[in-house]
Design a protein around this ligand. Structure first.
Ligand SMILES: C[S@@+](CC[C@H](N)C(=O)[O-])C[C@H]1O[C@@H](n2cnc3c(N)ncnc32)[C@H](O)[C@@H]1O
Length: 240
């Protein structure tokens, strides 16, 4: 895994993009920047195992380098599942395809390069949308979630993970401090943390738990719960 040193130098004015440089270090970046990433995937496997049926399609929207789909394809128990990963970054998908080949999963997972908000989803038993809705323009999120809802079959589930903001400003600051401590413990310097934060400004736009919950309910989901929270990182399960 190539170590993420992208933000070691003084920040340039460049905004964060999922380009080749990011794709190259992305697995290390996620491992050191997303708290309990592996545990959330394990919990997702349990959630999907309870609701998937033979022949279902499992989509990962914003699949990046395919880590989640490769893990799911190896662990889910239902038979004849189809796996589709969608992302609009060619650099990410190139890595995903190489990794799928390495794990002998290339014939089980389709990777598609396109905008997830334009994707036609059908026959979906499970859809993952992890740490990606936060990058979708807020004005299009409601419509996008409605499209996800339509693509799911009856009893299908959406797993949504997001960075969130708190309604309470003081707690929000405390949660962010805890997150920065987490990143320092994982080897990022103060400068790297500050530089990345600047690059993500106005690119990663988080909502509160309540706002995400409301969007999911408005999209049509009848049952929505959070199943994981670590300070400002939250995962929801939404059932059709
Ligand atoms: C933070 S990463 C997601 C991580 C991944 N879901 C995981 O859990 O390993 C966000 C991904 O979403 C992709 N992305 C962002 N906006 C997109 C869009 N509108 N259409 C397709 N992909 C998008 C980016 O290219 C990037 O690979």
């Amino acid at each position: 895994m190539t170590r993420d040193t992208l933000f070691e130098k003084k920040a340039s004015a460049e905004k964060f993009q999922f380009n080749e440089r990011v794709a190259d270090v992305f697995d290390d970046m996620l491992d050191r920047s997303v708290p309990f990433y592996k545990q959330v995937i394990e919990m997702t496997v349990e959630i999907l195992d309870r609701s998937l049926q033979a022949g279902d399609t499992v989509y990962d929207l914003g699949c990046s380098t395919g880590t989640t789909l490769i893990a799911l394809a190896g662990k889910l128990e239902s038979e004849n599942l189809k796996f589709v990963g969608i992302d609009n970054s060619k650099a990410m998908l190139d890595k995903a395809m190489r990794k799928a080949e390495m794990f002998s999963m290339a014939d089980r997972i389709d990777f598609v390069e396109m905008d997830i908000t334009q994707a036609e989803l059908s026959g979906a038993g499970g859809i993952m949308l992890n740490y990606t809705l936060q990058f979708v323009k807020p004005s299009t999120r409601a419509e996008f979630l409605k499209n996800i809802y339509s693509g799911l079959r009856h009893n299908g589930v959406l797993v949504l993970s997001e960075k969130i903001v708190c309604q309470d400003k003081q707690l929000d600051q405390q949660f962010l401090d805890s997150y920065h401590q987490f990143k320092k413990r994982r080897g990022y310097s103060e400068l790297e943390i500050a530089n990345k934060r600047e690059a993500l400004e106005n690119v990663l736009l988080p909502l509160t738990i309540q706002e995400n919950y409301d969007l999911l309910m408005q999209a049509g989901f009848s049952r929505v719960e959070t199943f994981f929270q670590w300070f400002n990182f939250v995962s929801f399960v939404a059932c059709k």
